[in-house]
Design a protein around this ligand. Sequence first.
Ligand code: MG
Length: 280
Amino acid sequence: MKNWPIGVFASIDAGLGVQLDIVHELQIPTIHLHAPSKENRTPEKAKLFLEKLASYGITISCVFGGFEGESYADIPTVAETVGLVPETTREKRSQEMKEIADFAKLLGCSVVGLHVGFVPHDTTSDDYADVLRVTQEICDHCHANGQSLHLETGQETVEALIEFLQKVDRKNLHVNFDPANMILYGTGEPLEALEKLGTHVRSIHCKDATWSKNPGVDWGAEVPLGAGDVNIEAYLRLLKKIGYTGPLTIEREIPQEPKRQKEEIGQAVALLQRLKETIC
Ligand code: MG
Protein backbone atom coordinates (compact mmCIF):
# COMPACT_ATOMS: atom_id res chain seq x y z
CA MET A 1 0.00 0.00 0.00
CA LYS A 2 1.24 3.49 -0.81
CA ASN A 3 2.06 5.83 2.09
CA TRP A 4 -0.66 7.94 3.67
CA PRO A 5 -3.88 6.53 2.16
CA ILE A 6 -6.83 8.76 3.01
CA GLY A 7 -9.17 7.48 5.69
CA VAL A 8 -12.22 8.59 7.64
CA PHE A 9 -13.81 7.78 10.98
CA ALA A 10 -16.96 5.77 10.27
CA SER A 11 -19.71 3.89 12.06
CA ILE A 12 -22.22 1.15 11.29
CA ASP A 13 -24.93 1.88 13.82
CA ALA A 14 -24.21 3.85 16.98
CA GLY A 15 -21.23 6.00 17.79
CA LEU A 16 -19.02 8.55 16.13
CA GLY A 17 -18.20 8.92 12.46
CA VAL A 18 -19.92 8.93 9.08
CA GLN A 19 -22.00 6.16 7.54
CA LEU A 20 -20.41 3.77 5.04
CA ASP A 21 -22.38 4.96 2.01
CA ILE A 22 -20.81 8.39 2.49
CA VAL A 23 -17.32 6.85 2.72
CA HIS A 24 -18.08 5.06 -0.54
CA GLU A 25 -19.45 8.17 -2.22
CA LEU A 26 -16.35 10.14 -1.30
CA GLN A 27 -14.19 7.25 -2.59
CA ILE A 28 -12.22 6.99 0.63
CA PRO A 29 -10.30 3.68 0.75
CA THR A 30 -9.80 3.10 4.49
CA ILE A 31 -11.68 3.67 7.75
CA HIS A 32 -11.38 3.74 11.49
CA LEU A 33 -14.57 2.02 12.58
CA HIS A 34 -16.43 2.96 15.74
CA ALA A 35 -17.36 -0.44 17.19
CA PRO A 36 -21.04 -1.25 16.66
CA SER A 37 -23.39 -2.02 19.53
CA LYS A 38 -23.31 -5.44 21.17
CA GLU A 39 -26.19 -6.95 19.14
CA ASN A 40 -24.29 -6.21 15.93
CA ARG A 41 -21.00 -7.72 17.11
CA THR A 42 -21.73 -11.26 15.90
CA PRO A 43 -19.91 -13.50 13.38
CA GLU A 44 -22.92 -13.26 11.01
CA LYS A 45 -22.95 -9.44 11.11
CA ALA A 46 -19.16 -9.34 10.71
CA LYS A 47 -19.44 -11.47 7.56
CA LEU A 48 -22.18 -9.26 6.07
CA PHE A 49 -20.25 -6.13 6.96
CA LEU A 50 -17.05 -7.46 5.37
CA GLU A 51 -18.95 -8.27 2.19
CA LYS A 52 -20.26 -4.71 2.05
CA LEU A 53 -16.78 -3.29 2.65
CA ALA A 54 -15.31 -5.53 -0.06
CA SER A 55 -17.96 -4.38 -2.54
CA TYR A 56 -17.00 -0.77 -1.76
CA GLY A 57 -13.24 -1.52 -1.81
CA ILE A 58 -12.84 -0.22 1.74
CA THR A 59 -10.44 -1.63 4.36
CA ILE A 60 -10.55 -1.13 8.14
CA SER A 61 -7.30 0.03 9.75
CA CYS A 62 -8.59 0.35 13.35
CA VAL A 63 -11.71 -0.54 15.36
CA PHE A 64 -12.43 1.99 18.12
CA GLY A 65 -14.12 1.00 21.34
CA GLY A 66 -16.87 3.19 22.71
CA PHE A 67 -19.27 2.59 25.57
CA GLU A 68 -22.84 3.32 26.48
CA GLY A 69 -23.07 6.24 28.91
CA GLU A 70 -20.11 8.17 27.50
CA SER A 71 -20.74 11.87 26.95
CA TYR A 72 -18.49 14.50 25.40
CA ALA A 73 -20.79 17.37 26.49
CA ASP A 74 -18.04 19.29 28.31
CA ILE A 75 -14.67 18.58 29.92
CA PRO A 76 -15.96 17.64 33.43
CA THR A 77 -18.57 15.31 31.85
CA VAL A 78 -15.86 13.61 29.78
CA ALA A 79 -13.82 13.08 32.95
CA GLU A 80 -16.86 11.53 34.65
CA THR A 81 -18.13 9.36 31.82
CA VAL A 82 -15.48 8.44 29.22
CA GLY A 83 -13.31 5.35 28.95
CA LEU A 84 -11.91 3.00 31.56
CA VAL A 85 -11.28 5.66 34.20
CA PRO A 86 -14.81 5.96 35.71
CA GLU A 87 -14.61 3.42 38.51
CA THR A 88 -18.19 2.15 38.60
CA THR A 89 -18.10 0.99 34.97
CA ARG A 90 -14.39 0.09 34.74
CA GLU A 91 -14.65 -3.68 35.04
CA LYS A 92 -17.67 -3.96 32.76
CA ARG A 93 -16.13 -1.73 30.11
CA SER A 94 -12.77 -3.50 30.17
CA GLN A 95 -14.66 -6.75 29.58
CA GLU A 96 -16.57 -5.11 26.72
CA MET A 97 -13.32 -3.78 25.25
CA LYS A 98 -12.06 -7.37 25.04
CA GLU A 99 -15.29 -8.34 23.24
CA ILE A 100 -14.76 -5.43 20.84
CA ALA A 101 -11.20 -6.68 20.19
CA ASP A 102 -12.66 -10.13 19.41
CA PHE A 103 -15.13 -8.53 16.99
CA ALA A 104 -12.26 -6.60 15.35
CA LYS A 105 -10.50 -9.95 14.92
CA LEU A 106 -13.60 -11.29 13.12
CA LEU A 107 -13.22 -8.29 10.80
CA GLY A 108 -9.56 -9.18 10.22
CA CYS A 109 -8.41 -5.97 11.92
CA SER A 110 -5.19 -6.07 13.95
CA VAL A 111 -5.59 -2.68 15.67
CA VAL A 112 -8.11 -1.60 18.30
CA GLY A 113 -8.34 1.95 19.62
CA LEU A 114 -9.61 3.45 22.84
CA HIS A 115 -10.05 6.65 24.82
CA VAL A 116 -8.85 5.51 28.26
CA GLY A 117 -10.32 8.67 29.79
CA PHE A 118 -8.79 11.17 32.23
CA VAL A 119 -6.03 9.07 33.80
CA PRO A 120 -5.73 9.98 37.52
CA HIS A 121 -2.97 12.56 38.13
CA ASP A 122 -1.66 10.88 41.27
CA THR A 123 0.47 8.08 39.82
CA THR A 124 0.92 6.55 43.30
CA SER A 125 -2.84 6.16 43.90
CA ASP A 126 -4.72 2.84 43.97
CA ASP A 127 -6.98 4.24 41.28
CA TYR A 128 -4.04 4.83 38.91
CA ALA A 129 -2.73 1.32 39.61
CA ASP A 130 -6.13 -0.15 38.80
CA VAL A 131 -6.43 1.76 35.49
CA LEU A 132 -2.95 0.39 34.65
CA ARG A 133 -4.11 -3.15 35.53
CA VAL A 134 -7.18 -3.10 33.26
CA THR A 135 -5.15 -1.55 30.41
CA GLN A 136 -2.54 -4.30 30.77
CA GLU A 137 -5.27 -6.95 30.74
CA ILE A 138 -6.77 -5.49 27.55
CA CYS A 139 -3.29 -5.34 25.94
CA ASP A 140 -2.71 -8.99 26.83
CA HIS A 141 -6.10 -9.98 25.44
CA CYS A 142 -5.28 -8.08 22.20
CA HIS A 143 -1.85 -9.72 22.06
CA ALA A 144 -3.47 -13.16 22.18
CA ASN A 145 -5.61 -12.02 19.22
CA GLY A 146 -2.50 -10.81 17.35
CA GLN A 147 -3.61 -7.18 17.83
CA SER A 148 -2.24 -3.87 19.07
CA LEU A 149 -4.06 -1.39 21.29
CA HIS A 150 -3.85 2.30 20.36
CA LEU A 151 -4.67 4.95 22.95
CA GLU A 152 -6.29 8.11 21.65
CA THR A 153 -4.50 11.27 22.76
CA GLY A 154 -5.91 14.43 24.22
CA GLN A 155 -7.13 13.95 27.75
CA GLU A 156 -3.67 14.11 29.29
CA THR A 157 -0.42 15.95 28.63
CA VAL A 158 2.18 14.24 26.48
CA GLU A 159 4.39 13.71 29.56
CA ALA A 160 1.57 11.98 31.46
CA LEU A 161 0.77 9.86 28.40
CA ILE A 162 4.38 8.72 27.95
CA GLU A 163 4.62 7.88 31.66
CA PHE A 164 1.38 5.87 31.39
CA LEU A 165 2.67 3.96 28.33
CA GLN A 166 5.89 3.15 30.15
CA LYS A 167 4.07 1.97 33.26
CA VAL A 168 1.64 -0.24 31.30
CA ASP A 169 4.78 -1.74 29.77
CA ARG A 170 3.31 -3.76 26.93
CA LYS A 171 4.91 -3.99 23.47
CA ASN A 172 1.54 -3.92 21.68
CA LEU A 173 0.47 -0.62 23.26
CA HIS A 174 0.80 2.41 20.98
CA VAL A 175 -0.78 5.81 20.35
CA ASN A 176 -3.51 7.07 18.05
CA PHE A 177 -2.54 10.73 17.76
CA ASP A 178 -5.32 13.31 17.47
CA PRO A 179 -3.87 16.85 17.31
CA ALA A 180 -7.25 18.55 17.69
CA ASN A 181 -7.99 16.81 20.98
CA MET A 182 -4.91 18.37 22.57
CA ILE A 183 -6.31 21.79 21.64
CA LEU A 184 -9.91 20.93 22.58
CA TYR A 185 -8.89 19.66 26.02
CA GLY A 186 -6.13 22.25 26.42
CA THR A 187 -3.50 19.61 27.20
CA GLY A 188 -0.62 21.04 25.18
CA GLU A 189 0.77 22.14 21.85
CA PRO A 190 -0.03 19.21 19.53
CA LEU A 191 3.01 19.32 17.25
CA GLU A 192 5.42 19.43 20.19
CA ALA A 193 3.58 16.44 21.64
CA LEU A 194 3.77 14.55 18.33
CA GLU A 195 7.52 15.06 18.12
CA LYS A 196 7.96 13.77 21.69
CA LEU A 197 5.76 10.72 21.03
CA GLY A 198 7.62 9.88 17.81
CA THR A 199 7.39 6.16 17.02
CA HIS A 200 4.79 5.54 19.76
CA VAL A 201 2.38 6.98 17.15
CA ARG A 202 1.02 4.18 14.97
CA SER A 203 -2.27 5.70 13.78
CA ILE A 204 -3.61 9.23 13.57
CA HIS A 205 -6.66 11.43 13.18
CA CYS A 206 -6.78 14.45 10.91
CA LYS A 207 -9.00 16.78 12.90
CA ASP A 208 -8.70 20.50 13.57
CA ALA A 209 -9.74 22.79 16.42
CA THR A 210 -9.31 26.25 17.90
CA TRP A 211 -8.11 26.91 21.47
CA SER A 212 -10.63 28.05 24.06
CA LYS A 213 -10.06 31.22 26.12
CA ASN A 214 -9.66 28.99 29.18
CA PRO A 215 -7.72 25.94 27.95
CA GLY A 216 -8.32 22.86 30.10
CA VAL A 217 -11.44 24.41 31.65
CA ASP A 218 -13.66 25.05 28.64
CA TRP A 219 -13.71 23.13 25.38
CA GLY A 220 -12.00 24.56 22.36
CA ALA A 221 -14.05 24.39 19.17
CA GLU A 222 -13.80 21.60 16.60
CA VAL A 223 -13.62 23.17 13.12
CA PRO A 224 -13.19 21.96 9.51
CA LEU A 225 -9.75 20.58 8.66
CA GLY A 226 -7.39 23.44 7.84
CA ALA A 227 -9.51 26.11 9.57
CA GLY A 228 -8.11 25.60 13.08
CA ASP A 229 -4.93 26.03 15.10
CA VAL A 230 -3.29 22.65 14.31
CA ASN A 231 -1.49 23.80 11.09
CA ILE A 232 -2.21 20.75 8.96
CA GLU A 233 0.73 21.24 6.59
CA ALA A 234 3.18 21.35 9.51
CA TYR A 235 1.38 18.34 11.02
CA LEU A 236 1.92 16.27 7.86
CA ARG A 237 5.53 17.40 7.53
CA LEU A 238 6.17 16.30 11.10
CA LEU A 239 4.42 12.96 10.50
CA LYS A 240 6.80 12.43 7.60
CA LYS A 241 9.77 13.36 9.80
CA ILE A 242 8.85 10.81 12.50
CA GLY A 243 8.44 8.14 9.80
CA TYR A 244 4.67 7.75 9.93
CA THR A 245 3.37 6.11 6.73
CA GLY A 246 -0.11 4.86 7.74
CA PRO A 247 -3.54 6.22 6.86
CA LEU A 248 -4.51 9.89 7.27
CA THR A 249 -7.87 9.33 8.94
CA ILE A 250 -10.19 12.34 8.83
CA GLU A 251 -12.47 12.85 11.82
CA ARG A 252 -15.28 15.41 11.73
CA GLU A 253 -17.86 15.04 14.47
CA ILE A 254 -20.96 16.99 13.47
CA PRO A 255 -23.47 14.14 13.08
CA GLN A 256 -26.33 16.59 13.71
CA GLU A 257 -25.48 18.21 10.36
CA PRO A 258 -24.91 15.31 7.93
CA LYS A 259 -24.96 17.45 4.77
CA ARG A 260 -22.32 19.83 6.11
CA GLN A 261 -20.34 16.91 7.54
CA LYS A 262 -20.14 15.25 4.13
CA GLU A 263 -19.13 18.50 2.41
CA GLU A 264 -16.43 19.22 4.94
CA ILE A 265 -15.03 15.70 4.78
CA GLY A 266 -14.90 16.07 1.00
CA GLN A 267 -12.97 19.32 1.43
CA ALA A 268 -10.63 17.64 3.93
CA VAL A 269 -9.90 14.87 1.42
CA ALA A 270 -9.02 17.50 -1.21
CA LEU A 271 -6.79 19.38 1.27
CA LEU A 272 -4.92 16.22 2.30
CA GLN A 273 -4.44 15.11 -1.31
CA ARG A 274 -3.03 18.51 -2.23
CA LEU A 275 -0.67 18.51 0.78
CA LYS A 276 0.41 14.92 0.10
CA GLU A 277 1.48 15.92 -3.40
CA THR A 278 3.52 18.83 -2.03
CA ILE A 279 5.12 16.93 0.83
CA CYS A 280 5.68 13.39 -0.46
MG1 MG B 1 -9.95 11.38 17.43
